[in-house]
Design a protein around this ligand. Sequence first.
Ligand SMILES: [Zn+2]
Length: 249
Amino acid sequence: MIISTDGIVLRTFDYRETSKIATFFTRDQGKISGVMKGIRKDPRKFGSSVDRFSVNGLVYYEYRNSNLHLISQCDLKQYFFKLREVYRKNVAANYSLELVDVIMPVESPNKEIYDLMLDYFNTLEVSDDIDKLVHAFQIKVLLHSGFRPHIDSCVKCGKKVGGKVRFSMRLGGLICERCPTRETSFVIVSRGAIASMLFIESHKWDQCIKLKLHKNIQQELKFILNNFLVYHLEKRIRSLKFLMAKGAL
Ligand SMILES: [Zn+2]
């Protein structure tokens, strides 16, 4: 079957003498990989050099019995220059590619994730509030990929939370002050941090990026989200290390 859709480059590597294998997150088919035959021998064969931080119009032949398809057309549609030029933006953008690659199964369409990536890149190009964008991206990726932390009520008794609330990394949610726990992998979390996460989950991207986040809440979100992601995604995300080291997160 021939499929035509738009795709954001997640990663590429050289294949055999003259080809490349590229993995895209596409608008209609989710994460797909395909061979681009002869692209290294004759770069003009395709209308894109398949760089990171680009959106491309794709046409590919879908093989039924393989996860690797044959890409016949790839034309550059949008390129995010700043994400390549500005170091912290570059790290934050690379992180999002890696996160989507790790969290999303192959060929599982998810329009919310696709639109989120475009929103994130477009905002990252023009905004320097990188930490907040990364937090908003993480919260929305978790929501739309089915890995959402349980933050509306107590994960043990289901009742509304109040007072001194703990966030359990292992259970992936809040534990109220009434519920006993022998958990060691928990952290005290403020009402403000919970409210911020719930706001980001329930509002459109444009509204989320206007949200003011106090430094203390940013620190809390950084700790909770990064540890939650590391705990629940078996594979550690390589670029997280760089993101944290440079003070971007
Ligand atoms: Zn409880």
